[in-house]
Every structure is written in structure tokens, then in C-alpha cells.
Design a protein around this ligand. Structure first.
Ligand SMILES: NC(=O)c1ccc[n+]([C@@H]2O[C@H](COP(=O)([O-])OP(=O)(O)OC[C@H]3O[C@@H](n4cnc5c(N)ncnc54)[C@H](O)[C@@H]3O)[C@@H](O)[C@H]2O)c1
Length: 263
């Protein structure tokens, strides 16, 4: 494994979840000091253990990414512990409900937008001055293939992930001159808790189908690679985008989807 992040500090939000934890493992294995953020501190034990195994320093911060005071706090704790920050993986997100637009609960719509859009916005807003102080840095936002295409039953999620791409492009425009790059990743279905939840929701919406539908097989068949991606595959792309190897990549929207959106 290379050592692209030795001497650097990276914040990962949603670090107790599938993709976030894989990112922690990847950044730590390449030498980064880790600030692992998720709603509660206790599920972040896994992230701390991975950092310890890799021999890097790490802290865990329980914070709600949609709450401005919490965002200022997780960034503040990162700065006071490590003296600065070099990268933010703005990754925490929720799937919301699986329901047709007319049946989609308003409060769930608001919650999805709050976590997935405002959370990313607040992360960018409050990390920018910290990265500026460091002379530059990188932000990677987690969008989705749902940020590129529509879907009849996850409207809030789709809208939120389209918005993440918009915010990414705004950040690239705003900060490029200061050496701060902002990119988005768009994964297809990845094997995590979120997919189990979405599969369950899709099954419930297909109760009326004439023939029983194997939701997982149908999802996999929609991906030319014929399978879901792994969190580690996403983490590899995120680490590349965060690293100096991607120094001329800014405002990009990077699919990692086994060919799903290539048709
Ligand atoms: N799994 C997929 O198929 C897939 C595909 C494309 C994009 N994504 C995106 O990847 C990101 C990570 O998803 P995952 O698959 O690892 O899911 P996950 O559910 O395993 O992890 C998400 C994590 O975010 C945390 N989180 C939720 N709300 C939060 C909040 N308000 N503040 C702080 N943390 C919060 C959760 O506690 C959880 O640990 C999400 O943004 C998701 O939308 C996932």
C-alpha cells in the first residue's frame, strides 16, 4: 500500500457505516490521521480499532452532520487534536423511504434533504477556512448513481444526491484558486446496510407484482458487472481523489458503478 497520506489528517463522516468504515481503513493504511464522525461515538469503535491496527492516530466524534453546531464541533476537535485538516470525506447519508411520490412522507423528505444535502453543505462551509489555513486540501462528497438518474420510489434520495453534485460543482468553482478541490463519487449499489434497507423497501413496493421478483437479482442484473460493488472499491476511488495524485481533478462527478450508467 502506498503512503499518500502520511502526515495528513482526514475527516470521514458516516464512519460507522459500510463505505465510511472502508474509507477509514484505506486512509489509515496509507498513513492518515483519522477523525471518524458518525451520529454516535460508540459505533465508531471499529474505526478506531482499524486506525490502531494501521498504527495511526485517530479520534471519534459523535455528531449530527445536519446540525451546524455539531459540524463546527467535529471540525474544531480535529483541529485541536491534529493542528489542522487536509481532507474531508463528506459521506454520511440516509436512504429515506421507498414509496411512490404521492405516498412519500413529507417529514421523511425533509429529513433526507437535511442529512444528505445540508450535511454536505455544512461540511463544505465549515471545512473551507480550515483547508485554506493549511494552504489547500480536498473534499470528496458522496453522491450516487441516484444523483444521475431518476427512480420512481426514492424521490427524496434521488433529489438529494442530484443536489450533492450541484454543491460539488459550486465548491469547485469557489475554492479552486485556493488549492481546494471538491469532487463527487457516484456509487451504484454497494454491499452495505443501506442496500439491505433499500432491498426491503423495494420488495414491499412489489407486493402487487404478478410474479414474485427477486429484488437482489434484478438489481444485480441492472449492473453490467453483474454484482454490487464493495465498500473497499469505493474507498479506493475516494482515496485517489483525496490524494495529490488527483491534483488536477476538480468539480468532477465520478461514477463507480460496474458500468451501470454507461448505457
Ligand atoms: N450502499 C450503497 O449502495 C450506496 C450507493 C451510492 C451511494 N451511497 C452513499 O454512500 C454513503 C454511505 O452509505 P453506506 O452505504 O455506507 O450506508 P450506511 O448506512 O452503512 O452508512 C451511513 C452512515 O451514516 C451515518 N449517518 C446517518 N445520518 C447521519 C447524521 N445525521 N450525522 C452523522 N452520521 C450520520 C449512519 O449512522 C451510518 O453509519 C451515503 O451517503 C449513501 O447515500 C451508498
Amino acid at each position: 500500500m502506498s503512503e499518500r497520506f502520511v502526515g495528513k489528517t482526514v475527516i470521514v463522516t458516516g464512519a460507522a457505516g459500510g463505505i465510511g468504515l472502508a474509507a477509514v481503513e484505506r486512509f489509515a493504511s496509507e498513513g492518515a490521521q483519522i477523525v471518524a464522525v458518525d451520529l454516535k461515538q460508540s459505533p465508531l469503535e471499529d474505526a478506531l480499532a482499524l486506525a490502531k491496527t494501521a498504527g495511526v492516530d485517530a479520534i471519534a466524534v459523535g455528531a449530527d452532520v445536519s446540525d451546524a453546531a455539531d459540524v463546527r464541533r467535529y471540525i474544531g476537535e480535529a483541529v485541536s487534536r491534529f493542528g489542522g485538516v487536509d481532507g474531508l470525506f463528506n459521506n454520511a447519508g440516509i436512504e429515506g423511504a421507498v414509496a411512490p411520490i404521492e405516498e412519500y412522507p413529507d417529514d421523511v423528505f425533509d429529513k433526507v434533504m437535511s442529512v444528505n444535502v445540508k450535511g454536505v453543505f455544512l461540511g463544505m462551509k465549515h471545512i473551507a477556512p480550515v483547508l485554506r489555513n493549511r494552504g489547500g486540501g480536498a473534499i470528496v462528497n458522496t453522491s450516487s448513481v441516484a444523483g444521475l438518474t431518476g427512480n420512481a420510489v426514492i424521490s427524496a434520495y434521488v433529489a438529494s444526491k442530484h443536489a450533492v453534485i450541484g454543491l460539488t460543482r459550486c465548491g469547485a468553482q469557489a475554492y479552486a484558486a485556493e488549492g481546494i478541490r471538491v469532487n463527487a463519487v457516484c456509487p451504484s449499489p454497494i454491499d452495505t446496510r443501506m442496500m439491505r434497507s433499500l432491498e426491503e423497501g423495494l420488495r414491499a413496493n412489489m407486493d402487487d407484482a404478478e410474479e414474485p421478483v427477486d429484488v437482489v437479482a434484478a438489481m444485480q442484473a441492472s449492473i453490467p458487472a453483474g454484482r454490487y460493488g464493495t465498500p473497499a472499491e469505493v474507498a479506493a476511488l475516494v482515496a485517489f481523489l483525496m490524494s495529490d495524485e488527483a491534483s488536477f481533478m476538480n468539480g468532477g462527478v465520478h461514477t463507480i458503478d460496474g458500468g451501470m450508467t454507461s448505457a
